[in-house]
Design a protein around this ligand. Sequence first.
Ligand SMILES: [Zn+2]
Length: 231
Amino acid sequence: MAAVTSKVNLKLMIDTEGRRVLYAEAGKDFVDFLFYILALPAGTFIPLLNQEMVGSLGNIYDSIENLSTSYLRPNVTKDSLLKPRAYFSADTGLPLHLPNVESSRKLYRCHCESVSYDSNAFCSKCSSYIRSESKYIGPPCANDPYSSTVGDYVKEKVTYMVMDDLAVKPFSTTSLTTLLNKLNVKDIGALEEKVVDLGMEEVVKLLKASLLTKSSILTDVFLPIVKEEVN
Ligand SMILES: [Zn+2]
C-alpha cells in the first residue's frame, strides 16, 4: 500500500509568453490515473461539479435527489444511487485518489468457497462462517475491481507526453517537434519547465476541468498554481 501515499508529479512545459502549458511529461502513475477515470461510475464525479455540469447527467442526479423515497424499492437507498462507490483491490495501490473511490473492499470465503463482502456472514450451504480473506484470482481484467490489474494499465519506465487537452502519447523528440510547430512556438527561450505535485485537490480540479473544457485542462489547473508559487 506504500504507493497510495506516494506523490505523483508532472513536469510541465510552460510557454511563458503565451501563458499556457504546452504539455506535461508524465510517468506511468499519472497515465494510469487518466485511464482509470474512464472506469469510474459517472455518479462518482457528478457531485464534484456542483452546478457547473454542462451535460444533462446532472438532471438525472437532481431527479434522484428530489424523488420521494416512496417510489424506491425498500432495499434501495438514495445514497446508494447518489454516492456510488468505486472499489479496487487494495493490492493495486493506485496512487491518486478521488472522493468516493475506496482502495479496499475485501472478499471473504467459507469452507465451500462461497464468497461475501461481509467478514462474518453465515453460509447456509456448508454451515460455517465466511471468514477467510479471499483474493480475486480470475483472469486479469483491467477493470474488474478485484483484479490486481485495475489502475495498472501502462508499462513502467516510459515517459509520456500529456497534452493540454489530456491527449496522451509516448514521449518522443519527433512528437515534440511536431507539437512545437503545431502550437507555433517560435521562441524556445520562453519555455520553462516546472515540476508540480498532484494531491487530491489537484486531481479533483483536473477531473472537473476535463469534464467542462476540451482544450486547456493543464493550463487551467496548473498555471494558477505555478503563478502562486512564483509570487
Ligand atoms: Zn459455505
